[in-house]
Design a protein around this ligand. Structure first.
Ligand code: CU
Length: 155
């Protein structure tokens, strides 16, 4: 390939990327991770930071490693930590929303197998913007063994 042909290809690729960015809102997912499990553990949690460039909401999360995936919220009521499923998580424009073990989190329930430290767990996030346009975001979250709250006993 000549240098000019090569340059043309690069320019074409950049143009395509620019088009994709225009066609849909930008949603940035960082620091995604999944809690590693012990053999036989039925559920686990996925955590991440999500930043949308326009007012949006996280509608749902899917993963091939779990039969049921729910978005949960932790809350304090009468000095007792509770959690339950929510319909969606608001993603205000430009604000980094953190899903962590103490707040919103993604519950992976009915695991199809053990999640070992270092595994990569595919997650598909469905985000809807203010116009009602839905967008799927693919995330590969590494599994980390982190001690602390045993999430599986809370259900
Ligand atoms: Cu939960």
């Amino acid at each position: 390939m000549t240098a000019v042909q090569h340059l043309k290809r690069i320019t074409f690729g950049v143009a395509l990327l620019g088009l994709a960015a225009h066609a849909s809102a930008q949603v940035l997912v960082t620091d995604a991770w999944v809690r590693a499990t012990v053999p036989g553990q039925p559920s686990s949690g996925a955590f991440m930071t999500i930043t949308a460039d326009s007012d949006s909401k996280l509608l749902r999360v899917a993963s091939p490693v779990a039969k049921d995936v729910q978005i949960h919220e932790m809350s304090m009521k009468d000095d007792v930590m509770r959690m339950g499923p929510v319909d969606s998580v608001a993603l205000p424009a430009g604000k980094a929303v953190t899903l962590d073990p103490d707040g919103y989190h993604v519950m992976l329930m009915g695991l199809t197998g053990q999640i070992k430290e270092g595994d990569h767990v595919p997650l598909t996030l469905t985000v809807e913007n203010a116009k009602g346009e839905k967008q799927a975001i693919e995330v590969n979250a590494p599994a980390r063994a982190i001690n602390g709250m045993d999430h599986s006993k809370m259900h």
